[in-house]
Design a protein around this ligand. Structure first.
Ligand code: ATP
Length: 322
């Protein structure tokens, strides 16, 4: 019966995502900071920090066109470039946002696929594309009929989608009574972790190596103290202070904004309905799974949740392929 209810809940949510559009996810009024591609990378850091954001669409004003999405991955790429070519620090200082693609090439990383969706397409489509491409945020790009130019309307994130589901589908999310353990939600082996004494640079290399954007910070007994996130890199390199990356994780975490909401934990016996409850109430970026003594057990990323909600019980190939 639990299985049946669970599937009923999942199907309800999937139907909902098919009849709603990305546009529906947007709040009635919102602000969007778009950065000119010609801006110095160094200056972009300050703008993000001042606006309390961690990502922004880029605009090519010569072509009047959308030019991709700036995220913490781009700054991590700049740091890797700096590590590979330490003599070029003066040049690094002069890089503009438009140089980000050259930086990717120089350090040999594949550019993240820039997917965008039209705001009036079904939300389900945006979700599927997120899972397929590992894109964590998708810009909504529309066309201005008068000028024929592209127009960035907003950016939707995994959190916004999950929150939209949580707020509007209580009747379905309450059917999701299986526990994290029962549905195998999240990752429980080969966890990448750090200690307070590791350097920020160590953790950045770890994130690059594992292709992840957060590393739990644990003590000697594997108790969870904090989480270092890719976005925590931004205040570290403010003003082009790349040499400060040798500072410890502990020091770096002190640079977090005053209003940092904290990290969220759960237990393996928590049910998915409770997780949706947390998402409904708080700005969760991921859940750290701990035991009764706060020791690290696993990590549930938002993509793990989205993947389960969209794909569980669909064709097996889809799950593996995405
Ligand atoms: P976000 O979705 O916020 O960018 P992320 O990059 O940490 O977070 P994903 O890219 O969704 O998360 O994670 C990919 C997979 O890696 C997920 O299945 C997740 O459970 C797992 N994962 C996340 N963090 C770690 C970690 N520190 N160690 C091992 N696996 C992790």
């Amino acid at each position: 019966a639990l299985d049946k209810e669970q599937m009923q809940g999942l199907r309800g949510i999937r139907e909902f995502l098919k009849v709603r559009t990305s546009y529906d996810v947007l709040p009635l009024s919102f602000r969007l900071v778009v950065l000119d591609n010609n801006l110095l990378i160094k200056k972009s850091l300050n703008i993000l920090i001042q606006n309390g954001i961690v990502s922004a669409p880029l605009w090519d004003s010569q072509k009047s066109a959308f030019a991709g999405l700036l995220t913490s991955t781009d700054y991590i790429n700049v740091i890797q470039y700096y590590c590979q070519f330490p003599d070029e620090i003066d040049q690094v200082d002069q890089f503009r946002l438009s140089s980000l693609r050259d930086i990717e090439r120089a350090i040999g990383v594949l550019p993240l696929e820039t997917v965008s969706v039209h705001p009036m397409r079904p939300l389900y489509e945006a979700c599927r594309r997120m899972l397929k491409t590992r894109a964590r945020r998708i810009p909504l790009v529309d066309y201005d009929d008068e000028t024929g130019h592209e127009m960035v309307v907003s950016v939707i994130t995994q959190y916004r989608i999950l929150k939209f589901i949580a707020v509007n589908n209580e009747k379905y999310t309450m059917l999701l009574k299986k526990t994290v353990k029962e549905i195998g939600l999240g990752t429980y082996s080969n966890l990448a972790t750090a200690t307070m004494n590791n350097s920020v640079l160590d953790v950045i290399h770890l994130m690059v190596k594992h292709n992840i954007s957060a590393v739990p910070v644990v003590d000697r007994d594997n108790k969870v103290l904090n989480v270092f996130e890719a976005v925590d890199v931004i205040p570290c390199i403010k003003g082009g202070a790349y040499d400060e990356l040798s500072a410890s994780v502990g020091e770096a975490l002190c640079r977090r904004a005053e209003d940092f909401p904290g990290i969220y934990t759960c237990s393996e016996d928590d049910r998915l309905d409770a997780i949706f409850e947390t998402i409904r109430k708080s700005r969760v970026h991921r859940l750290i799974v701990v035991d009764d003594e706060s020791r690290l057990r696993g990590i549930i990323s938002l993509s793990d949740i989205l993947k389960y909600v969209l794909l569980f019980g669909e064709e097996e190939d889809d799950i593996r392929g995405s």
